[in-house]
Design a protein around this ligand. Structure first.
Ligand code: ANZ
Ligand code: ZN
Length: 825
């Protein structure tokens, strides 16, 4: 052929790769060092879109690079195929979610193959298949045995549109993550995983990821876990036998407490209100009803007008015996700390807003100053709480202590008196995993009147989903599985009596919390994965995926990893040693993602410009973390460049293969410098710079050909081979074809070109060193040498020292890089 034709290349090489499977990971006995490169697996909710194309292009650069470096690379793919997108699509189209899901998987897989993803096709998994979700159930069982899976009644987030509960993580700004409907609360008996047992480890182990995870993701995880250090303080409630604990981060402000607030939706508030007069009771009940529909985000907002009901009861401050009126309000949450606070309006803004709204006293107990040492205005007058450091006032014998000393002193005193103790709180909540939907993993529990909650024995797993046929999948607040009577009715594994199956299914984040381990032992039938395989491959060396998963998925996978570690199944505690978040592909500023629909169709782009050009465009668009605006990039330009690169190999193809040492020295220097630099650039994820450098190399090579040396110059062949190998990370069809024209096979495993260090030595210039105007030495120095460095080098010369013969120096004149003149005294 004489013309670059991307369609012909795709038709030529795709069948070859299908046959040879170049990315099958090394078998047992393969001695090469391992590298586990993992792309987040997709939802099969349609064909691949531009967002996938970006993610898989970037993940592929990394996987293919390590293969070229001689690593035994594991780069698997699968499908996150349970969940609402599939189920809702199935309901609207009146199809069976199973068939619909499998069809989409087949389509996505064939698109991935065409897109030349370097996946190991022997390890594919799909979470909706019983051979996968069986192990979700098995893992649930292990967690249940350890008390890490449990059921409790609680007020849960409820999406009225999807008719299902949502995890806290799935409520974004008070709205359902999936359908943007305002989320309400509902009291239900639900399954949880005890993530909170791991709060400290989940937080502290982030330290080890500091250098290899995006700092933004680490900050989001920290914030989500939300560890806060403070104290519990016990308040006696007048007319109640039991005292009440409150949680505070500011025990130093205890003398400034002027009232107490309990969460309006707490049991305590209801109990305290029950002794009030009828009018207060009615007011309280109406208020509590309203609060139930409010989101936590609104409740904690400092912007909102404060509302509440005085319950007619009093608490007693343990340090000074003062009586504090007790109010019910929404700005205190029922499920954080103890659901009750001591309010210190002078030093907490929400308390101050409340005090001013309800006309309650404000007493400053810290003398807070600005940067000039001037006292800040009284909060009672300014309306601004002083929340910073200061010196204690109005606090009895603690006056004069600074904040830190005061916290220590008060906590010690409370502990000694038995009315308080140091305490730690977390924003993190246990993970609510039950869903009232069909398309998920059935919870492997049987409910028996005689035995209670009974785990389904391992040898009866999987508990398979009943057929969808005949079931009404429409959301209705109760799992569609409840209507599958034959399925629900079973025998109790413990007593053999009649019992019923649990009808909830698991949150699909359970599926994705450990899938990276299942890839290691595909087809294993007596366990989720083989610990020996985990030892060989895991943890994941490089994880690649969207920042949308910065909290939920990563946190849950980290939790599972720690739990599995504690069960002795793996010997590491963090699943993903390094993380790369790629940006999103945008079109006129709107994100291309599963929920927003696709404005640019990937398949059309591939048909028009070819796989290679689209992949190259994704890498060349900018740093991988940045969003790509599709209007700003040029796939046509990429295609043009690929044609230029391809023609190098075409032109060299007929030239004889001879020793590159005889070739053009300048071109050889560019080739070896490019290869040497690109390694570091790939490892630093600077893919766009790598592409730019290959473009330069292609230009330099063409120049040598055109200069008369022609393609026969052995440096040209050397350059063309380097171009093919580096390009194989980005544009595999073009690279494979170049490699083949150059007389080789299988560019993916060509091996990264060896760099001749002697060709990397930079050019030097000769610097003349004079003493009193007389030449005494000549130094070879880099052209960019600095004045100070050159002065040092000149003075250090043995010949110069001899000429000076111990004389003191008056001046040194430096004209970098060519001349130094030394004038002795
Ligand atoms: C008295 C106080 C004085 C407070 C002061 C702050 C400043 P973090 O850091 O988020 O843990 N609080 C405690 N439980 C609460 C609940 N269930 N709902 C809403 N607010 C609650 O915040 C802890 C602080 O938030 C606690 O410290 C408490 O107010 C409030 F100058 O106690 B503080
Ligand atoms: Zn039983």
């Amino acid at each position: 052929e004489t013309r670059y034709d991307f369609r012909a290349l795709e038709e030529r090489w795709l069948p070859v790769w299908r046959e040879t499977q170049p990315f099958r990971s090394g078998a047992e006995g393969d001695e090469r060092p391992t590298k586990y490169v993992l792309d987040m697996f997709p939802y099969p909710s349609g064909d691949l879109h531009m967002g996938h194309a970006e993610a898989y292009a970037l993940g592929d650069v990394i996987a293919r690079y390590w293969a070229q470096r001689g690593f035994n690379v594991l780069h698997p793919i699968g499908w996150d195929s349970f969940g609402l997108p599939a189920e809702n699509a199935a309901i609207t189209r009146g199809l069976d979610p199973r068939g619909w899901t499998e069809d989409n998987i087949a389509q996505q897989r064939s698109s991935m193959e065409r897109y030349a993803c370097s996946f190991d096709w022997d390890r594919v998994l799909a979470t909706h298949r019983p051979d996968y979700y069986r192990w979700n159930q098995w893992l649930f069982t292990r967690l249940h045995e350890r008390g890490l899976a449990y059921r409790k009644h609680s007020n849960v987030n409820w999406c009225p549109k999807d008719q299902t509960v949502l995890a806290n993580e799935q409520v974004v700004g008070g709205l359902c993550e999936r359908c943007d409907t305002p989320v309400t609360k509902k009291k239900l008996n639900q399954w949880y995983f005890k993530v909170t047992d791991f709060a400290d480890r989940l937080l502290d182990d982030l330290d080890g990821l500091q250098d290899t995870w995006p700092s933004k993701v680490i900050a989001m995880q920290r914030n989500w876990i939300g560890r806060s250090q403070g104290a519990d303080v016990t308040f006696v409630i007048e007319g109640r036998d039991q005292p009440v604990d409150i949680y505070t981060t500011r025990p130093d402000t205890l003398y400034g407490a002027t009232f107490m607030v309990v969460a309006a939706d707490s049991d305590l508030a209801a109990e305290l209100a029950s002794t009030a007069d009828a009018a207060v009771q009615a007011e309280f009940e109406a208020y509590a009803e309203r609060v139930k529909t409010e989101s936590d985000i609104d409740r904690l907002s400092t912007e909102r007008d404060k509302t509440g009901v005085f319950l007619g009861r009093y608490a007693v401050n343990p340090v000074n015996g003062e009586r504090l009126p007790i109010w019910a309000s929404d700005y205190v949450l029922a499920d954080y700390g103890h659901g009750a606070i001591m309010a210190v309006p002078a030093h907490d803004q929400r308390d101050l807003d409340f005090a001013r709204a309800m006309d309650l006293p404000v007493r400053a107990v810290l003398d807070c100053r600005d940067e000039h040492g001037d006292r800040l205005p009284e909060p009672a007058e300014s309306g601004i709480a002083t929340t910073g450091d200061g010196t204690l006032i109005n606090s009895g014998d603690l006056d004069g202590l600074d904040k830190t000393a005061a916290i220590a002193a008060i906590v010690a005193r409370l502990e000694a008196d038995g009315v308080g103790r140091a305490s730690t709180n977390y924003r993190l909540r246990d993970w609510l995993i039950s869903r009232q939907r069909y398309w998920g993993t059935p919870i492997p529990i049987v409910h028996c009147d005689a035995c209670g909650e009974v785990r389904v024995p391992d040898d009866q797993l999987p508990v398979e989903l009943p057929a969808a046929e005949g079931l009404d999948l429409k959301p209705k607040g109760q799992s569609p599985l409840a209507a599958a009577t034959d399925w629900v009715t079973t025998t109790c594994p413990s007593c053999g009596g009649t019992a019923t199956r649990d009808t909830d299914t698991m949150d699909t984040f359970v599926d994705s919390s450990w899938y990276f381990l299942r890839y290691l032992s595909p087809g294993k039938t007596d366990g989720p994965f083989d610990p020996a395989d985990a030892k060989r491959w895991a943890p994941v060396d490089q994880y690649v995926g969207g920042v949308t998963h910065a909290i939920l998925h990563l946190l849950y996978a980290r939790f599972f990893t720690k739990a599995l570690h504690d069960m002795g199944m793996i010997d590491f505690e963090e699943p993903f040693s390094a993380l790369l978040n790629q940006g999103m592909v945008q079109m006129d500023g709107s994100a291309m993602s599963k929920s927003r629909g696709n404005l640019v169709r990937l398949s059309e782009q591939l048909d028009e410009f070819g796989v290679d050009a689209i992949r190259l465009t994704m890498a060349f668009a900018g740093p991988p973390e940045d969003d790509i605006d599709w209007a700003d990039v040029s796939p046509a330009g990429s295609a043009k460049f690929l044609a230029r690169a391809w023609r190098l190999a075409r032109d060299v193809a007929s030239a004889p293969d001879s020793d590159p040492a005889a070739g053009d020295a300048a071109l050889r220097a560019v080739t070896h410098r490019t290869v040497a630099d690109c390694a570091g650039l790939v490892e630093g994820f600077r893919f766009n710079v790598v592409v730019a450098r290959v473009m330069e190399l292609v230009n330099a090579t063409r120049k040598v050909i055109d200069s008369g040396a022609g393609p026969a110059d052995p440096a040209v062949r050397e350059a063309a081979e380097a171009v093919a190998i580096v390009l194989s990370l980005f544009s595999p069809y073009c690279a494979e074809d170049m490699w083949s024209m150059l007389g080789h096979e299988n560019v993916a495993h060509a091996g990264w070109p060896a760099v001749d260090e002697s060709l990397l030595v930079e050019e030097t210039v000769t610097c003349v060193v004079q003493v009193k105007g007389k030449v005494r030495d000549r130094l070879e120095v880099p052209p960019g040498i600095g004045e100070d460095e050159l002065r040092e080098a000149a003075l250090g010369s043995a010949a110069v020292q001899r000429a000076l013969d111990g004389a003191a120096i008056r001046t040194v004149i430096v004209r970098a890089p060519k001349l130094v003149n030394i004038v002795p005294a």
